[in-house]
Write a protein that binds this ligand. Structure first.
Ligand code: SF4
Ligand code: ZN
Length: 310
């Protein structure tokens, strides 16, 4: 099969664009889209201090490489933070990849663990909770730690590796769960608050599969193992459904993302009068409620309650 642009040998077919691309044209398209996303959403300004949330998986590792190269044209500071949830037989492998890749690029890299910050590993929490809802606990605690860790590393923004598939899944999940506030908040925080580090998602227009292909073509080492808890997630179900729909109707994921981006300003206007940001009575971090989700969850885990088991 031949490249639709230069008639060289194609390495990938993009069904949503009915295009075959050779290695060179694929790399060029992929990098151009990444840079255009940064520009279109004004994600990074010259001189800013960016922390990349690096798991060692393909998305965040490719993101770190792309950001590192972008610095040649747009000077900014780049550091990497990794959150170690404490998942036996999984996280230590990806930590090794994260460390190696950051070191190879000369990027300052720090690891922050659930264990150090909460005195518990995710495995420990799951033992207490009978294995229920791992991703709900993991998500709240990790988000909290990414924010405080980025702040400790003096970051203005934190770059996360969410790709097009993640975005489309998250939009659909919020709709299916009737979570309009969470949908509106997807992206930058609504309330300007200096303790909340803004998140940027430079890969939001990059399909997961293309990120994997880009990594392989560019010899970026990756950790491919899947989290042992992942199969429990509602997300896994939504992912499967969306993949099936995408295969039958190419471009579906892009259309979900674009619909979301089109309605998000309206969603946000609708909740502009949302309750103002308070500070958690326990940890003093920003929170919409008197005690933040992180502290409420830790208390609940320690006391053996059942907040999330309903
Ligand atoms: Fe955490 Fe769930 Fe992701 Fe595993 S799959 S790292 S438990 S959010
Ligand atoms: Zn708190």
């Amino acid at each position: 099969l031949k490249c639709s642009k230069c008639a060289g040998d194609a390495v990938i077919f993009l069904p949503y664009a009915k295009t075959h691309l050779c290695e060179r044209d694929f790399n060029a398209m992929f990098e151009k889209r990444f840079r255009a996303t940064i520009r279109d959403f004004k994600m990074i300004k010259k001189g800013e201090h960016i922390a990349v949330a690096l798991s060692g998986g393909k998305d965040s590792t490719v993101l770190m490489h792309l950001l590192h190269r972008l610095k040649e044209d747009l000077p900014f500071e780049l550091v990497a933070v990794t959150i170690d949830e404490g998942i036996k037989g999984y996280r230590s492998n990806s930590l090794a990849v994260a460390e190696k890749e950051a070191k190879a690029l000369g990027i300052e890299h720090k690891v922050f663990s659930f264990k150090d910050r909460t005195d518990m590993t995710l495995d420990g929490i799951m033992e207490k909770k009978g294995g229920k809802l791992p991703c709900s606990y993991c998500g709240v605690i990790r988000r909290y730690l990414i924010n405080t860790a980025s702040r400790e590393m003096n970051a203005d923004k934190v770059a996360v590796g969410h790709n097009l598939d993640d975005m489309a899944q998250t939009v659909m999940m919020n709709l299916m769960r009737n979570e309009p506030m969470r949908l509106a908040r997807l992206g930058d925080p609504i309330v300007e608050e200096e303790k909340l580090i803004a998140r940027i998602r430079p890969l939001l227009r990059s399909p997961e599969k293309e990120i994997a292909v880009y990594a392989m073509l560019n010899n970026i080492s990756l950790h491919f193992q899947e989290c042992p808890y992942a199969r429990h997630a509602f997300r896994a179900h939504v992912r499967e459904q969306l993949n099936a729909t995408e295969e039958r109707y190419p471009g579906t994921k892009f259309r979900i993302l674009n619909s979301f981006l089109a309605i998000q300003p309206m969603l946000r206007r609708g909740i502009e009068s949302a309750p103002e940001m308070k500070y958690c009575k326990t940890c003093k971090e920003p929170s919409g409620t008197e005690q933040c989700m992180f502290c409420t969850m830790l208390e609940e885990i320690k006391e053996g309650g059942a907040m999330l088991n309903k």
